[in-house]
Design a protein around this ligand. Structure first.
Ligand code: FES
Length: 105
């Protein structure tokens, strides 16, 4: 069973908003997209640049540095210059708590 930890509260992140939180040694961006929450590492896979300030268009997150796009639901890279996905986390909501866990390999 994955080891879920509370990382934020539902009431802290309105729809369309995001926060950055520390999770172990990772910085994680939590997005509220229309009431659904998604967690991705705050690190582009292209040149290790933070993604937290990137523009989000539906589920597509644009890296502020060179414009690579990633799907926040899966971490998949959608266009160059990124050639690999970003890390995502398992996420669940328990009451007002947003909890995440590392994905099993
Ligand atoms: S650092 Fe993100 S696209 Fe280059």
């Amino acid at each position: 069973m994955a080891d879920f930890q509370t990382i934020a509260r539902v009431s802290e992140i309105a729809p369309g908003e995001r926060i950055v939180a520390e999770f172990g040694r990772d910085w994680v961006v939590i997005f509220n997209v229309g009431g659904e929450f998604y967690a991705v590492e705050d690190m582009c896979s292209h040149e290790e640049y933070p993604l937290a300030d990137g523009v989000l268009d539906e589920y597509s997150l644009e890296c502020p540095k060179h414009g690579a796009l990633f799907d926040v639901r899966t971490g998949a890279h959608l266009c160059p210059p990124a050639v690999s996905p970003i890390k995502t986390y398992d996420l669940r909501v328990e009451g007002d708590e947003i909890q995440i866990a590392r994905k099993k390999k």
